[in-house]
Design a protein around this ligand. Sequence first.
Ligand SMILES: Cc1ncc(COP(=O)(O)O)c(C=O)c1O
Length: 249
Amino acid sequence: MSRLGTETAFEVLAKARALEAKGRDIVHLEIGEPDFDTPPSVVSAGVAALERGETHYTPSAGVIELRDAIAAYLGARRGLSIDPTQVVVTPGAKPIMFYALLALLDAGDEAIYPDPGFPIYASMIDFAGARGVPLPLRERDDFEPDLDELRHLVTDRTKVIVLNSPHNPTGGMLSDEAIREIARLARERDLWVLSDEIYGELARHQLRLLHRDVRPARGSRGAHDAAARSGSHARRVPRAPGCHREGPE
Ligand SMILES: Cc1ncc(COP(=O)(O)O)c(C=O)c1O
């Protein structure tokens, strides 16, 4: 467990809640959450499903009706044809990123991740036994990666590049040129791209580019990570139509 690391925002949240319980007035700046409750239509659909008796085990990858709906939604948004069998439903985005990294990385591998970035990337890479290689994002570059620097970070051991655009915490976005260049690099060096698109709906045009230029090589499966925007953490449903492996076609 000590290798797992954590998302410190949750530690701060626990401390803040403890102070609130003692009557302190707290302004929460730690966890990013929608500032509205789950919409009533989602709540009543959940309640109705429970009342219908949908309280039993389901297939591990999610019920097929949901996977069908997710494949159709993602396909339309990204201009792709996605088969429902490429979709895996997990409770939150972290589990699917974790599964993907565990599946892709072995001891001795390297994975490049954005720094600063969602702290979980480094924790999970480390837990998988691989070496995390931070890709600096600098304010003077509008928090865009330096593509020459990225090229130099790729070694014979690099297996995965993690992307997150729009980015937490900088708010930066990859330019179209950067996406194309990273796609080229990934293809040249036969790398997997784990694209965390949790905030993708904020920049829809980019979703298509990410999926057109960083497209799945033949026969690859993957774990694009995105979250259904139902407006609540409790109801968010990450989907995984795949990590993209870039390689010669
Ligand atoms: C970059 C990024 N990815 C993923 C997530 C969501 O993770 P989860 O659904 O497990 O809370 C967040 C939430 O803060 C995030 O900022």
